[in-house]
Write a protein that binds this ligand. Structure first.
Ligand SMILES: [Zn+2]
Length: 345
């Protein structure tokens, strides 16, 4: 089980990256991996902090989360031979830092600049151009430094997306339990409860998240980190990723312009909660309160594609048993669940 050793969450903690690394016993060079836009917002602060703590630094700017980019990151890590890699940014920058550092046999620190999904703290990565569209296990960050003053300035859509990814645990855990009963798959109560608690806490704090208050954003970031920890404890993405995620992955492959991961997962959770006979209205109402999408129109995707994604989701990852069963939903059943839950008209 890999867990982060230090987690800093709060306003203006980004300048503390340097001293955190000193405290953790690192002293050699540091390679910072970040994106172009993010570098302008947060890269400078982190770099100054590292220099202030007398670290020799190198920077790699990444464009996307492709396998080529990861290979480049791995090459650069081997060349610089840093003591530690620091990933600064949203999903792709962290993912490249996470996978690149693992391949090169180095640890990494996560400095998320957005709260759009649980990859900021999880041991999992999702890459473009791999043989599978879903995430797989890499390694967990050694430390997480989540500066809420930076995260609060990110577009609100990213925060709403993060809420969708957290509320997804409502059905992910139900799918995991189901797979335990039907397939005798390993099920860990503690990891499951931790993931479920994150979704409960985020639902409870909808109002303060919607108004982007300090405590609201902090709650969301803590929830996303707890989700990451639940996956580390489980050793699998099971507590955080069920049929609603398969639906999202399927939609990403089908739609010409997919919505954000967490947005799609949120809508998937509404429909999968219905399939589980659970309180799907609770999920829909929460997403509406948060200002996240709850319909195909709001996702910006065609109704037909939502139905198609529902009918094909089970085939994305056949070994992952969910409420979709082994043969998936029929066209009629898929159209029905999407209509009853108001996702399509
Ligand atoms: Zn997710």
């Amino acid at each position: 089980m890999q867990l982060p050793r230090e987690v800093l969450i709060g306003r203006n903690v980004a300048p503390l990256v340097g001293q955190t690394l000193v405290r953790l016993g690192f002293h050699g060079p540091v390679l910072m991996i970040t994106g172009e836009k993010v570098n302008a917002i947060a890269g400078g602060v982190v770099l100054d902090s590292l220099k202030g703590a007398n670290f020799r630094t190198e920077t790699l700017i990444v464009q996307s989360s492709t396998t080529e980019q990861v290979e480049e990151a791995e090459r650069r890590i081997r060349q610089v031979a840093p003591d530690i890699v620091v990933g600064v940014g949203g999903g792709k920058d962290i993912d490249v830092a996470k996978l690149g550092s693992m391949k090169a046999g180095k640890g990494f620190v996560s400095v998320p600049t957005a709260a759009s999904h649980d990859g900021i703290a999880s041991p999992l990565v999702s890459m473009k151009g791999l043989d599978r569209p879903y995430s797989y296990v890499a390694h967990a960050p050694i430390a997480i430094v989540a500066d809420t003053s930076i995260i609060m300035k990110s577009p609100y859509q990213l925060i709403a997306s993060g809420c969708g990814d957290v509320v997804a645990k409502y059905t992910a855990v139900r799918d995991w339990k189901l797979a335990h009963r039907i397939k005798n798959e390993y099920y860990g109560d503690y990891a499951a409860e931790l993931a479920l608690m994150s979704s409960r806490v985020v639902i409870k704090n909808a109002a303060s998240i919607r108004t982007v208050t300090d405590s609201g954003v902090r709650t969301l970031v803590e929830a996303l980190i707890s989700c990451g920890v639940s996956m580390s404890i489980a050793g699998t993405s099971r507590p955080c990723s069920g049929a609603e995620h398969l639906f999202s992955h399927s939609l990403t492959m089908l739609a010409p312009k997919p919505a954000l991961h967490g947005e799609q997962c949120g809508v998937g959770t509404i429909m999968c909660a219905y399939l589980h006979g659970a309180n799907w209205q609770l999920i829909r109402d929460f997403l509406q309160r948060i200002g996240g999408p709850t319909t195909a129109i709001e996702l910006g995707v065609d109704s037909d594609l939502v139905v198609k994604a529902l009918t094909t989701a089970h085939s994305i990852r056949p070994e992952r048993y969910t409420i979709l069963g082994e043969s998936g939903l029929t066209q009629e059943a898929a159209a029905k669940v999407a209509t009853i839950t108001g996702v399509i008209e």
